[in-house]
Design a protein around this ligand. Structure first.
Ligand code: PLP
Length: 378
């Protein structure tokens, strides 16, 4: 079978540093090392970090900090990985069983769906329905489980929509998982980046058979640290650690040290406050811009993350639109086709406000070129 590339990541890896405006990114504008250290105060010093192999499942101190965010977890419930990407990979690897399909929430961050294809597994989708504000179709989930799905893949809050499951929907997913004995692999990288005042709950603590993945990339604005983790039952986490011996051996020692600073009790709340302030301010800018579009763009406002799925009302295919915006406007967005939903785009609204507004202006200019309804904003 032919290798299926990770379409969105290829698109971003190739062009994100080669455009004037990047509205394809899903996180907030990242912190510098200096800004992170400044949050921690003068005692934070990286000059003594030994550049040897670090503790390969993450230092005890880092795992204890991560465990403290998950009631009932201990250091043994945590394995540290290189980003959420490796966390998802080892989680997928652990939970996959030959001949057993995976119940996949769609749309989704397409890493695990792509891995399923590339490792010749089967996927049984259950959809978030745009017409209901991206609510999950739980009848479809039940059908997937009845068809033998071994685990359920959820991204909550979701990428690309930014919409979060309600606690009632989470309970229903757990009830179904339990009825069929399925595991839940829950990617929660956008938790902590909420628009509203209430934190989005975790699947951790709601069910025994759950692996939660997370990272510093989104809510903490530290994607370059490349630091993620999985939290799960101790004996499963032990096996995940054995799998990381094959993938990356250990997280970089500098990243472990930076993560200990970021997750320390004095720093973490300040980082999350910064992230949430960026998201609230910029979402207001995006919303006003959409409201002024004369119906050309519509969206369901996100609950978390600096991303939203925007529907545009024209016949232009999203791949063609994205390519045209890149070439003619030096603007990068993610075409909805990368998530299997055409006439949409995923828009990242995490950059500094002046960059966001300038990027939106390029988007408007790209549409103004089109005949018919696309002229609405010209
Ligand atoms: C839902 C989700 N999971 C995982 C990742 C991987 O991120 P990282 O490896 O930087 O933590 C991303 C990145 O966009 C994402 O959106």
């Amino acid at each position: 079978m032919e290798f299926t590339p990770f379409q969105m990541e290829r698109w971003q890896s190739t062009y994100e540093h080669r455009v004037d405006y990047n509205l394809s990114e899903s996180g907030v504008h990242p912190l510098t090392v200096g800004e992170l250290l400044a949050f921690a105060g003068p005692s934070a010093d990286l000059s003594r970090v030994l550049l040897g192999y670090s503790q390969s499942n993450g230092t005890d101190e880092l795992r204890a900090l991560i465990a403290s965010l998950h009631p009932g977890a201990t250091e043994r419930s945590v394995v540290v990985t290189i980003g959420g990407a490796e966390a998802n990979f080892v989680g997928f690897w652990e939970l996959s069983r030959p001949g057993k399909p995976v119940a996949v929430m769609l749309p989704n961050y397409m890493q695990v769906p792509g891995l399923i294809r590339n490792f010749q597994g089967g996927a049984q989708p259950f959809h978030l329905r745009e017409e209901t504000g991206w609510r999950p179709d739980l009848d479809q989930l039940e059908s997937a489980l009845a068809a033998g799905a071994g685990f359920i893949l959820v991204t909550n809050p979701n990428n690309p929509t930014g919409v979060a499951l309600t606690p009632a929907e989470m309970d229903e997913i757990v009830t179904l998982a339990d009825r069929y004995g399925a595991w839940i692999l829950s990617d929660e990288v956008y938790r902590g980046a909420e628009v509203g005042p209430d934190p989005v709950p975790s699947f951790w603590g709601r069910y025994d058979k759950v692996l939660v993945t997370n990272s510093l990339s989104k809510a903490y604005g530290l994607p370059g640290v490349r630091l993620g983790w999985v939290v799960g039952p101790d004996e499963v986490v032990e096996r995940l650690w054995a799998r990381t011996d094959y993938t990356t051996i250990a997280p970089p020692s500098v990243s472990d040290a930076l993560a200990r600073i970021a997750l320390s009790p004095g720093v973490r709340p300040r980082i999350l406050e910064r992230t949430q302030a960026i998201i609230r301010r910029n979402l207001a800018l995006l919303t006003s811009w959409i409201d002024a579009s004369g119906g050309l763009f519509t969206f369901t406002p996100p609950d978390a993350g600096a991303i939203s799925m925007i529907r545009y009302h024209s016949d232009l295919g999203s791949l063609e639109l994205a390519e045209r915006l890149r070439v003619e406007q030096s603007l990068l967005i993610v075409p909805g086709a990368h998530f299997g939903i055409d006439s949409t785009m995923r828009l990242g609204f995490g950059p500094p406000p002046e960059e966001l507004l300038a990027g939106l202006e390029r988007l408007r200019a790209g549409f103004a070129r089109e005949p018919g309804p696309l002229r609405a904003m010209a």
